[in-house]
Design a protein around this ligand. Sequence first.
Ligand code: SF4
Length: 190
Amino acid sequence: MNRKGLLPNLFIITLSYFALGFVSILFANLALLCMVLPFILLAKAKKKLWCQTYCPRASLLDAAGKKTNWRKNPSLITSGKLRGIMLWYFGLNLLFITGSTIQVAMLRMEAMQYIRLFIAIKLFSLPQLITFQAPLFLMHLSYRFYGMMASTTILALVLSRIYRPRIWCAVCPIGTISDATLRVQRKMKP
Ligand code: SF4
C-alpha cells in the first residue's frame, strides 16, 4: 500500500462527520458512503484506491498517531486474530443494525435514540442543532451508524497512540474485505 499517497487533510472529513452528528444525527447515515465508496473504487481501479488515496480515517490516524518510538505490533495483530475478530464484529454489527432497524420500522421494537459503543456500551443522545421530523427507524439507524463509526474510530486512535499511526489498517474490515476481493479478482483473471 502506498502510504504517502493520501490526499492532504482528509481527516477533516472524519472530524466533520462526528461534528455533524450534533447538527443532526441523520448525517450519521453518511457512514454508508465510507462502506460503499471503497468497493466502487476497487471495482473501477482494480486496486485499493480508497486506502491509498482517499481514506479520511487513515488521514486522521496519520495526523493523530504516535510519531516516534513505534512499538512492535502485538501478536494479536501479527497472528491475524484481531483481523478476524474485527471482521466478525463488523458483520455482526451490520446484522444487528439492519435487523433492529427493520424491527423498529415494523413497530416491534423501540427506537434506541442514543449512542452505543462496541454494540454494548450505552451512552447518551446527542444534542441536536436542527431537529427534523424523521421516522423513528431512521433515527435509530442514524444512531447505530454513529455508534459504529465512533467505536472503530476510538479503537483505531487508541491503537495509533500505543503502537503506530496506521496499525488499524492491519485489522480494518474494509481493508480486509478489499484484500479478499482483490485476491478473488486476480484468481479469476484469465
Ligand atoms: S485499511 Fe481501512 S482505515 Fe486503512 S486506509 Fe483502508 S479503509 Fe482506511
